[in-house]
Structure formats: structure tokens, C-alpha cells
Design a protein around this ligand. Structure first.
Ligand code: FAD
Length: 686
């Protein structure tokens, strides 16, 4: 047994296998120790939850489509009222120009009003004076308030209550700790943050150097530094990740109002999220905190738990920014003429704007679906990772490529939504786990599903039969047969260990050829899929395609595990480009087919066309096809008029500000009339 394993740890055998695997793959002792800690915390953070939708689908012979669908309930009326109240208050500040205070920061008065309107109490359970709203409803509210006013506002909610101190207290606090803090946090305006990152501990966060020492006076004294802490300001209440007596813990710290001998803040100039977030370094030099503020349990587990449950919020911000960009374009492409034709008549412009609309649909769908997983008591780890990476990757494309290619030079005016937010969009790839790191982290979680299918037992069974899987792989077919024949008695003895995985592999191989779309019922059994539930026949083709890709992906994953064995963990490019990205696209397709079905049911043809466009784009990406095929061009033609004629409800009521550089020249012939007629093109203010 290794040092990280304790008796009673149900997965210690799995971890032994992982350790052996890493060792064979040539990993250093430090890397092995770090990986084992992360693996254990990731595993524990999902305890008590049902397996995630992707995990469950991986273990099913056919594809249970309803794992990728949402069952939306009507938002409770009291939650609706809170949402309305908060949006009204925030809009009043936007209209009065007081969204930001004179300091250029998010206005504390608005934060106070939002607190009184119970905005920051949404995630807090009712028994602690909160609202106890579901995550799907919170996600909807975050998208709405972000879209109608500013993404800064949902950003503060996420920092304080999803990844911040509220999340940690809610999920890991003792009744006394909840009593002490949560009532207060539901009712009183406060600045909240989570402090995990350190100068020397970013991605490799598992082993913090910040530490606490418990004194005889019952106080914990904290030493160390935390870097890049959003809203880490004097007086804030933060969740702090540190080590106490060699154990990783989270402690709730009420930071002093001013610098002291034991604590101070170091400011630096970040280029991103300036109005919203004071991003600071926190320096602890013996700050005393009551020991009662230490949360029970493993601190790393608490971090992963909150990230799994709240990472979808990054998807909501990305969705909102893409909406704001697209909303700024219809007017522009209508009035801007080049070579005597308005931009809106050009195919490439139509394609790029339609692409943005498709990305918005994908990003919003994944956000709501990942939040819905949490409401269902499922582990949403991989689902939220996919939501975050899909939405922020598409946002990057919108901000750096599609947007500038439609707006030209005006993109870079300081008041332009793209110009102002390009860096903000870029940084969303980094926080809450850099995108590439999430792809790699997902591999650990996906392989757990494979382990559960009996693959681990297969390795053990073969080993006990005197066969090393890696040696077996290196042999020729004839050599393999000879070895298996030689060991036939031992293999027969270990057949119970070996056969489940072989059945799973055989099932995956069969479904790669003839797998079906099915529905999972409440008893965990599968029923036939009723194709008449999809009235728009184009989506029959899309679902058949996505399901085929799913089976192919699963079979490919098994082959890669077999081919690379322990070394797969170091094949980061294979993990990213052959495993994680295709999976993300398949999941986006499946979840958006559900969106198309529900949009069709309410007669929202604009969103159906967005979904159809996204299907064509993702199919091209999965097949490595160029984005100029007939179906995609047809999808653009069908979607573009909906964008231009205002039928996408997301794009309505997004706030606007006057442009700095009008597009006409009043000194040339016809210029003055044009100016009068158009009244001025407007840009969007965030
Ligand atoms: C605006 C902003 C707000 C933030 N807010 C908070 C906050 O509120 N609280 C908090 O705790 N933290 C916060 N962070 C920190 C953020 O979570 C970290 O920046 C992030 O986790 C990455 O850590 P790092 O910057 O130290 O990168 P490093 O660990 O130095 O890694 C650098 C790069 O190398 C790559 N990399 C690292 N390891 C590997 C590997 N094994 N294989 C391949 N590639 C690798 C990663 O992709 C990464 O982009 C914030 C950061 C920013 C920029």
C-alpha cells in the first residue's frame, strides 16, 4: 500500500494500478505523488453523487440519448421574482451610468442592492436564510442578467458563491460553521473570494506551501502567499486552501480591513477584468484565525467539488459575451456598404455571423445541461469541463477572428465590445483550470468509467495468470496465441476477472458497427427510441451521425488504452485531439439536438436553425472536412435571415452605446443625408 492510501479506501487497488502505470511510464516520484493526490481528491469529490452522464453513457451498450437531454421544470415563482428584481435594479444602474463606482470598480451600492434582493443568496439553502434555487435556474438568471446588463454581475456571483467561500461552507461546513457564516452571507453584502493559487503552485495545486499552525490559544496562524486572487481585498471573507499539520484543508478567513504585521495585500496591474475584480496577491505572516473556521475533510476534495459543481458558470459568461458581440452586428452589416453592396449580402459575412449564433446556442446549451447535471445529483466533472472548454474556445474564435472579420477597424475602438473584452475573453481559458489541463484531467475521469467496465480486473486477471498486458501487446499474433495457449489453465482459473472486460470490449466493438440510440428509464433499463419525437427530419440524420461518432469514439478510446497502455498518460496531444475534443463535439451535438427538439416544440425556428448550423459545423470538424460543403452553405442561408430579422430572442435588449467613429463622411457628397437618415451606428457597452 502506498503512503497516500488508507485502510478502508475503496479505490486503493485502483490507485496502486495507477501508481504502477505512472512508474512504468517514467514519471518522477513528485509527479506520481501529485497525480495520486489529485486522483484521490477527484474521486472523493464525486462521492455521494450518481455517475456523470458521460460516464453512465460509456457503460451502456447502446447510446441512452436522454442522458444528454434536460428535463426543465418551470422556474419557481419566488425565484422568478428575485431574478426580475435583480435585473431591474441592475438595469437602473446601467441607465444611470452607475454600474461602476467612481473608482472604476463594480459599484458597491449595486452589490448591496443585489444582496438585499437575495441575488447572492440564490445558491444558499433555505435553512440558512438563502433561496435554495436549483443550479439550472441560477444558470438561466446569470445568462439573463449578464446579457441585459453586464457579465460583471454574474461573475461576482460565481466568485462568491459557486467557487468562493459559500460553496465550500455549503458542501463541507459543520452545522456550527454554516450557522455562523451562511446566514450572514445570505443577508449582508460582503466581498468573497477563493484563494487556492500560489506563486509556485498553479496547475499543480495539490500540495500548497501556505500553511497554518495551531497555537495553545486556540488560534490558527497562517503563513504563505496566494497569487491571482479575484476579489481578494481587505475585509473580504475568503476560503483559503492550505496545509495544517501536513493535511490539506480549507479555512474560512475574514481578512483584516487594513494591512497589519501579519497580513497585507500586494497589488499589481492586470490587463483583464479590471472593473470587476481586484486581482491581488495575499501575503500571510502569522494572521490569526479561530480554529473553528477550519472546514472538516480534505481541502483538495472541497476545491474539486466546488469546481465540478460551479465550473459551468464560465460557460455562462462566455455565452453572454458572444451574444453581446453578435447583437452588435446586424445594424452594422446593414448600413456598411463596400463595393456598393451592404456587408449583409456577402456570403462570408453571413457565414461568420451564423457561426456565432451556432456557437452561442452550443455554449448556452452546454451551460444549462452541465448545471442540470448538478441538480440531478450527478457528478458533473467532465460535463462542466466540456462546457468550459467548448464555450471559451468558441469565444476566442469570435473575439479574435469572426468579430474583427465582420467589424473591421472599429473592432479595436476602446468602446467596442470586442476591443474592450478580447483579453477578458482570453483569460477565461485560464482560470478554473487552463483548457488544455482540463482535457488531460478528463482522461483520469473517463478512465474510471473504463475501469468500472472491468478493464482493471482484466489487467489483474492477466497478471495473476502470468501474462503482462504490455508484453502481450508486443508479440505477433502467432506469439499472442502461443502465450495464451500456454497459460490456458491459469486463464481459466481467473476467468471471472477477465471476462467482464472482454464482454465490454466486445460490446463496444459491436456497437461501433450496429449501436442504437435508446432511452434510459428510471430503473436503469433501456427502451427503444421513438424517432417521431424529432419532427424535423434533419435532426434524424444529425442524431444518427452523432451516435455513430460516439460509438466510434468509445471504440477508439479502448484501442488507444490498449495501444499505449501506461504511456497514454504522457501522450497529451492524443488525449487532447483524439479523445477530449472529439468527445466535446459529440456531447455538444447530442445536447443541442435536445435543444432543437424543445425549440421546435415551442415554434422557435430561429434556434432550430442555430442548432442545425452547429450540427453541420461540428460534423465537419469531426470528419476533418472543410467548412464549405453544401449542407453548411444551406444551413447559413436558413439561419442568417433569423439573425437579421431579430428573431433570436437572446439578442434583444442588449445595452448599446454610441460609436466613436461614424461610418459616413459628412464632407463627401450624400454624407450629410446619410448621417441624418441613419442617426448614428451604435456599439455595445459592457
Ligand atoms: C484573471 C484571473 C483570475 C484568477 N482568479 C483566481 C482566484 O480567484 N483564485 C485562485 O485560486 N486562482 C485564481 N486564478 C489563478 C488561475 O486559476 C491559475 O492561473 C491557473 O490555475 C493556472 O495556474 P498558473 O497560472 O500558475 O499556471 P502554471 O501552473 O504556471 O502553468 C502554465 C501553463 O502551463 C500549462 N501546464 C501546466 N502544467 C502542465 C502539464 N503537466 N502539462 C502540460 N501543460 C501544462 C498550463 O496549460 C498553463 O497554462 C486566476 C487567474 C487569473 C489570470
Amino acid at each position: 500500500m502506498t503512503q497516500t492510501q488508507k485502510p478502508g479506501d475503496a479505490r486503493h487497488e485502483d490507485r496502486e494500478l495507477l501508481e504502477a502505470t505512472l512508474r512504468k511510464g517514467g514519471a518522477s516520484a513528485a509527479e506520481i505523488a501529485e497525480t495520486l493526490k489529485v486522483d484521490k481528491a477527484l474521486d472523493s469529490s464525486s462521492h455521494g453523487k450518481k455517475p456523470g452522464a458521460i460516464h453512465a453513457a460509456m457503460l451502456s451498450r447502446n447510446l441512452p440519448f436522454n442522458l444528454f437531454c434536460r428535463r426543465d421544470a418551470e422556474m419557481p415563482s419566488h425565484v422568478k421574482e428575485i431574478a426580475k428584481r435583480c435585473i431591474d435594479k441592475a438595469r437602473a444602474h446601467l441607465a444611470g451610468g452607475t454600474l461602476l463606482a467612481d473608482s472604476g470598480k463594480f459599484n458597491p451600492l449595486l452589490e448591496e442592492e443585489l444582496t438585499r434582493s437575495l441575488f447572492y443568496a440564490l445558491t444558499i439553502p433555505e435553512e440558512h436564510s438563502g433561496v435554495g434555487a436549483g443550479m439550472t435556474d441560477i444558470a438561466r438568471i446569470m445568462i439573463d442578467i449578464g446579457r441585459l446588463v453586464s457579465p460583471i454581475i454574474p461573475g461576482t456571483l460565481s466568485i462568491k458563491t459557486l467557487i468562493g467561500p459559500v460553496g465550500a461552507l455549503k458542501n463541507f461546513g459543520t452545522p456550527a460553521q454554516k450557522e455562523k457564516f451562511l446566514h450572514y452571507m445570505a443577508k449582508v453584502a460582503f466581498q468573497g473570494a477563493f484563494a487556492g493559487t500560489e506563486p509556485g503552485r498553479g496547475c499543480a495545486i495539490a500540495d500548497p506551501t501556505t500553511y497554518g499552525v495551531v497555537g495553545d490559544d486556540g488560534m490558527l496562524r497562517i503563513y504563505g502567499e496566494k497569487l491571482f486572487i479575484s476579489r481578494g481585498v481587505y475585509g473580504a471573507k475568503i476560503g483559503l486552501f492550505l496545509k495544517i499539520g501536513g493535511e490539506r484543508k480549507v479555512v474560512i478567513v475574514e481578512l483584516p480591513e487594513l494591512a497589519t504585521d501579519t497580513f497585507h495585500i500586494e497589488e499589481y496591474d492586470m490587463l483583464v477584468l479590471k472593473p470587476a475584480l481586484d486581482n491581488n496577491k495575499l501575503v500571510f505572516n502569522g494572521l490569526a484565525v479561530p480554529v473553528e473556521n477550519i472546514l472538516p475533510g480534505d481541502g483538495l476534495e472541497a476545491i474539486f467539488h466546488d469546481l465540478d459543481d460551479g465550473r459551468w458558470a464560465v460557460g455562462s459568461s462566455a455565452t453572454v459575451l458572444m451574444m453581446a458581440v453578435l447583437a452588435s452586428l446586424p445594424e452594422w452589416v446593414s448600413i456598411r456598404e463596400t463595393f456598393k453592396k451592404p456587408l449583409k449580402e456577402r456570403q462570408m459575412i453571413q457565414y461568420m455571423m451564423s457561426l456565432m449564433a451556432a456557437y452561442i446556442l452550443g455554449s448556452e446549451t452546454l451551460t444549462l445541461w452541465a448545471a442540470h447535471q448538478v441538480d440531478q445529483g450527478r457528478s458533473a466533472a467532465v460535463e462542466a469541463m466540456i462546457c468550459k472548454t467548448f464555450s471559451t474556445e468558441r469565444l476566442r474564435e469570435v473575439m479574435t477572428e469572426l468579430g474583427p472579420d465582420v467589424q473591421g477597424g472599429r473592432t479595436f475602438e476602446s468602446n467596442n465590445v470586442i476591443g474592450k473584452n478580447t483579453m477578458n475573453a482570453g483569460v477565461s481559458r485560464v482560470y478554473e483550470g487552463p483548457n488544455k489541463m482540463l482535457g488531460m484531467a478528463s482522461m483520469g475521469l473517463l478512465s474510471k468509467a473504463i475501469e468500472q467496465s472491468g478493464v482493471k480486473d482484466l489487467f489483474v486477471g492477466l497478471k495473476e495468470s502470468g501474462i503482462d498486458m504490455l508484453d502481450l501487446k508486443r508479440l505477433s499474433t502467432r506469439g499472442k496465441v502461443a502465450l495464451l495457449w500456454k497459460k490456458k489453465r491459469q486463464l481459466w482459473k481467473n476467468r471471472r476477472k477477465i471476462t467482464p472486460a472482454l464482454w465490454f470490449a466486445y460490446g463496444a466493438w459491436c456497437s461501433n458497427r450496429s449501436g442504437k440510440v435508446v432511452m434510459l428509464n428510471d430503473k436503469g433499463l433501456t427502451n427503444k427510441f421513438d424517432w417521431s419525437t424529432i419532427p424535423d427530419k434533419r435532426f434524424h440524420r444529425h442524431l444518427i451521425f452523432a451516435a455513430g461518432q460516439w460509438f466510434k469514439w468509445r471504440w477508439n478510446l479502448l484501442q488507444l488504452i490498449y495501444k499505449y497502455g501506461p504511456a497514454l498518460i504522457d501522450e497529451q496531444m492524443i488525449i487532447e485531439y483524439e479523445i477530449y475534443r472529439p468527445l466535446s463535439n459529440i456531447v455538444a451535438m447530442l445536447t443541442c439536438i435536445d435543444t432543437a427538439i424543445r425549440s421546435h416544440a415551442i415554434g422557435d425556428q430561429a434556434k432550430v436553425e442555430c442548432a442545425n448550423m452547429l450540427m453541420e459545423v461540428l460534423a465537419n470538424e469531426l470528419l476533418g472536412r472543410r467548412p464549405s460543403n453544401f449542407d453548411l452553405r444551406k444551413a447559413v442561408k436558413a439561419l442568417f435571415p433569423h439573425i437579421m430579422e431579430g428573431r433570436l430572442d437572446w439578442l434583444r435588449d442588449i445595452p448599446v452605446a454610441p460609436i466613436f467613429q461614424p461610418w459616413w463622411n459628412e464632407n463627401v457628397e450624400g454624407g450629410q443625408e446619410t448621417a441624418k437618415k441613419e442617426g448614428g451606428f451604435r456599439e455595445y457597452l459592457l
